[in-house]
Design a protein around this ligand. Structure first.
Ligand code: ASP
Length: 307
């Protein structure tokens, strides 16, 4: 997982240092993580109850607030690239299932087989689960509450980037929770839940138990917290308005990440985490799952991978 994060950071940073666009950095980083079977995204994703991979992804541009998302796609290797195409070429914000795959074909994205996305270990985990739970279609059972991939390698992937021209972009990609009901879509591809970006405040990508994250619309919550007192406005008071600028400090970014995860625990009784960059590029991360791996490229170009 650490190696995958390192490669993703390098790919993104390589683009940014050459003056490239944040959207290119975010999608390049996420493609690497989708192609790495250590993560629950693209190849190596968790299987659903029926033993199939169903992928969700979103990318959001913080300048125009336009997102592009796909959900429950089964034959696309890099759903983040398809989400980007939806963002750039579609009048819509989200396409799902067969329609998303039709859009892929119409826009020159080749479809793969669902089996091409399935790794040996994901298949073995599914078989074991089917046997243990006597699971078969029509036999309703509670899916495993996998929130962090703790016993099966990495989880959902995401990236946030701010480029030299001040463009701020966030993205998220996932295979969703293990053994989810077919057609189940979690927080990840939903604007405001698994991802949000506004250049005036910050960008966020989330992971964790989607059903909890959706309850508190966590990515949007974190971005709105980043706005600070300015969000409340100061009608008729120009001096106060001038003071109430976004508080873009490392400490404020960290308190914001912590507050969002605290709300997830307290109000939704749920587990998850997030990474964020505020509008000045201060990074922060927080989680209440057993673990969450992430990394940052510092402004001097050095990489920090945690843990
Ligand atoms: N948030 C993802 C989902 O609920 C899963 C994860 O992040 O592990 O689909």
């Amino acid at each position: 997982v650490r190696a995958g994060i390192r490669h993703a950071l390098e790919a993104g940073w390589n683009i940014l240092t050459k003056g490239g666009a944040a959207i290119d950095a975010v999608t390049a980083a996420i493609v690497i993580l989708e192609d790495d079977p250590a993560f629950d995204a693209g190849i190596g994703s968790h299987l659903n109850r029926d033993g199939r991979v169903q992928l969700d992804a979103i990318v959001m541009d913080g300048a125009g607030l336009k997102a592009g998302a796909v959900a429950a796609v089964e034959r696309v290797r890099n759903p983040i690239l398809l989400a980007r195409l939806v963002q750039e070429r579609s009048e819509h914000m989200m396409l799902v299932g067969a329609g998303a795959e039709q859009f892929a074909q119409e826009n020159g994205v080749p479809l793969c087989g669902n089996e091409d996305l399935v790794t040996e270990s994901a298949r073995a985990a599914w078989r074991e689960w089917v046997e243990k739970n006597n699971a078969r279609p029509g036999n309703l059972i509670k899916p495993a509450k996998n929130t962090d991939g703790a016993d099966s390698g990495g989880g959902t992937v995401g990236a946030v980037a701010l480029d030299s021209q001040g463009r701020l972009v966030a993205g998220t990609s996932t295979g969703g929770t293990r053994f989810k009901y077919p057609g189940r879509v979690g927080d990840s591809p939903l604007i405001g839940c698994g991802c949000y970006a506004d250049v005036e405040a910050g960008g966020v990508s989330c992971t964790g138990h989607g059903e909890g994250i959706m309850k508190i619309v966590m990515a949007k919550l974190a971005v709105d917290l980043l706005r600070g007192p300015r969000m409340l406005g100061t009608p008729g008071d120009a001096a106060a308005a001038a003071q109430a600028r976004p508080v873009a400090t490392p400490a404020f970014a960290q308190s914001t990440a912590d507050a969002a995860v605290r709300m997830l625990a307290e109000r939704a009784g749920s587990a998850g985490g997030l990474i964020l960059l505020d509008s000045a590029g201060n990074p922060a991360a927080a989680f209440n799952t057993p673990r969450m791996a992430y990394g940052v490229v510092e402004s001097d170009g050095s990489l920090r991978i945690i843990p």
